[in-house]
Design a protein around this ligand. Sequence first.
Ligand SMILES: [Zn+2]
Length: 323
Amino acid sequence: MFSEGREAGECVIALDVGGTAMKGALLDRELRPLLTMRRPTPRAAGPDAVLDEIAATLTELARQASLRQLTVRQAGVVVPGIVDEDLARAVYSANIGWRDLALAELLEQRTALPVVLGHDVRAGGYAEAVLGAARGARDVLFVAIGTGIAAAVISDGRPLRAGGYAGELGHLVVESDGAPCGCGARGCLETVASASAVAAAYTVRTGRAVEGADQVAALVEYGDPDARAVWQRAAGALAGALAVASTLLAPELIVLGGGLAEADDLLLEPVRAALAEQLTFQRRPRLVRAVLGDEAGCLGAGLHAWQAVGESATTFTTGALAP
Ligand SMILES: [Zn+2]
């Protein structure tokens, strides 16, 4: 699938920094994992501690590569929030708490590795486009539904970045007088349809605590009327936001990923039905589930890293994506 005949023994370091865990890997040219590593993100200890832990994890991955006599060509790090890939800056993350950090440069100073910076969800969408559910598609909306909701837009075969601000689907207002959102607005999609919002809404409605949205999904299948009401509200809100996105961006394909998409057809079917009802003249997108699971961000970080050393994704796909 990838270019052949390259020098063996080369790899990139890929690191996906999430709000709760960091997923790291050494990846070969075919993006096969040679080693994986998972560590908690010390978010509660503040942004400086997170930065220290990222640097320590990169250093450990480099050491592991050296033990295996692998040459590290590049490190790719993806983080949440607003990320300006062109300026290599982590502009803002409510989750981790940093503001306008020259993150790639800081990590290069600490680790002596060349570092390319990316956004977790855009990287995940990119990986789905190159290796996963969206292979060969030119107009794609990838939506990650977990603790929050964010999207990656690929338009005419190119990732839309807009200084790092594109794709904030989770902050479309879907309920005009809704609950306050972490962003400062009210009634954002994230407050209704994120995995954490679904779990919280069930508890508010019934007084019964649940461990997460997957438990609500199980109750939906069991026929619990409260779970069904919560689920239908989330699916309806999601479909409403996807209808807006479809009108504006006309994706041929919408890929749902993240924890809530693990519910598969239990989520996809009601969203599909509600979306079909709302669209009139618009291009009708196919709605599918992501296939790379929680590895998408890490694989996307690896793709960015290989591209940074001159390996273009166009050499190993149908050519739909430009770097
Ligand atoms: Zn919001």
